[in-house]
Design a protein around this ligand. Structure first.
Ligand code: NAP
Length: 251
């Protein structure tokens, strides 16, 4: 595993689920963490639990100015930004295209796709100035598979996957490592919402098949090291047994 001592990691969507698990795991590996989400109480509580190596910054990733200010707060607190994990995401609307609320559909694109652009746009000048950095997008199998009722989610994740590839094309030679993590199904609130919907085969999965959020958290750390370099510009799948072995999780 890469040494994260004194590295600063910004995590969007850190109020629960994969983002909150990642915050705990990165701090355990020696990093400082900047926690971004809309639920200010949840990130404040998590930062309080972690201690002085965590900073909670309320932030809606759909608002560029809030993302820029949050990264500035991270630099002011810890001196730089080494890793940005664009993890904030929503599954709604779960509905066929004719029934989906256009406002909610657009909001999914704003969070899952534009939010990733906002993070990279704000982080790149800081990272380029310090000579490099890592931009990780939390992707999904939905980026490459059409799934019934999930047109906004699939389209936004496909866009974010391509955006991550573009980041690698534009900045790979300038010290920026851009790559994505496709975690498989994870036992978080998002899967609870999916189950409640009853739409498509994923909602019918038995809860026991979902992996714990600590597994993708562990994978995210591994992705900060050179062992993940062959995947730059691409998604790493945590369903892949070889990746699980390399990361040290699961069967
Ligand atoms: P989750 O428990 O529902 O957490 C989603 C996180 O995103 C929350 O912290 C939420 O915080 C944040 N978020 C949503 N809208 C935001 C906004 N506008 N601005 C800032 N933060 C926002 O879901 P999760 O499973 O941990 O999902 C994390 C990522 O993994 C997502 O990108 C998801 O697409 C991806 N993923 C999950 C699964 C799965 O099976 N769970 C599978 C593949 C990929 P606030 O509500 O406090 O803002």
């Amino acid at each position: 595993m890469p040494d994260m001592t004194a590295k600063t990691v910004v995590i969007t969507g850190a109020s629960r689920g994969i983002g909150a698990a990642a915050a705990r795991v990165f701090v355990g590996a020696g990093a400082n963490v900047v926690l971004l989400a809309r639920d200010r109480d949840a990130i404040a509580e998590l930062a309080g639990e972690i201690g002085p190596r965590a900073l909670a910054v309320p932030c809606d990733v759909t608002r560029y100015w809030e993302v820029e200010a949050a990264l500035g707060a991270g630099v002011a607190a810890f001196g730089g930004i080494d890793v940005l994990i664009s993890n904030a995401g929503v599954i709604d609307p779960i509905a066929d295209v004719d029934a989906a609320d256009p406002e909610v559909w657009g909001q999914a694109i704003d969070i899952n796709l534009k939010g990733v652009f906002h993070g990279a746009h704000a982080a790149l000048p800081l990272m380029l100035q310090q000579g490099g950095g890592t931009l990780i997008t939390v992707s999904s199998g939905a980026a490459v598979n059409p799934i019934e009722g999930w047109s906004a989610y699939c389209a936004s994740k496909a866009g974010a996957k391509m955006f991550t590839a573009c980041l690698h094309t534009e900045y790979g030679a300038r010290g920026i490592r851009a790559l994505g993590l496709s975690p498989g199904t994870v036992a978080t609130d998002m899967q609870r919402e999916i189950k409640k919907s009853g739409v498509n085969a994923i909602s019918q999965l038995d809860w026991s098949v979902h992996i714990p959020p600590e597994w993708p958290a562990q994978a995210l750390i591994w992705m900060c090291g050179a062992a993940a370099d062959p995947w730059l510009g691409n998604d790493i799948s945590l369903r892949d047994p070889e990746i699980r072995k390399a990361v040290g999780v699961g069967p």
